[in-house]
Design a protein around this ligand. Sequence first.
Ligand SMILES: [Zn+2]
Length: 222
Amino acid sequence: MTSRTVALTFDDGPGPHTAEVLAVLAEADVRATFFVTGAHVQSRPDLVGRIVAEGHVIGNHTFTHPQDVPGSVPRGHFDRLPAQVQAGQIDDTSEQIVAACGAEPRFFRGPGGHHFSTVTAEIVAARGMSVSHWTADTGDWNAPATLSATFQESMLDAARAAAAAGSSGKHQMVLMHDAKASAEGERELSSFRGNTVAVLPRIIALFRAGGYAFADPLGVVR
Ligand SMILES: [Zn+2]
């Protein structure tokens, strides 16, 4: 009946809040997509195994999340880095993902959404992956370090906008974060994702009420 689909996506993990996100998704019987960094997979492979075992999709989000954020190394938007650097970041991450869960990632998202260059497109396509951007940014990459009802409401606003935009059948992709990229200093961006965990049940309920099915980045219902 419905042709409305949404992919809930969580970037930069796995991290300290990943298990909480998984618990919310399990409680709501929703499958999502996790764009993980190789560095974090290396330190928390068990969580990647859980993500896949619980029916979610794993995406490649580079190894160290290099982008033009103060303190990040190397500097520069990911999709403008030398091709061999991009390929190395992607391959090292896929290697960690396969080691952790046995599955090759089919989706890629560049750090900060910097994944639109032809060089990046060629590298990603050659590895059988597709680039996955988003239609709605909840802004939780810049979340406050404490629980905030105001901030949670702003995340919900972004989800409401996506639900409205997708009512005509355009597949929606909601950007959220279950962790913070390791290249970003704690003084620049907080790693606290309690607001995301707290508002997630309401975001799920919002899409459910709008007749949405939860899907992967290509719109395939899971
Ligand atoms: Zn990211």
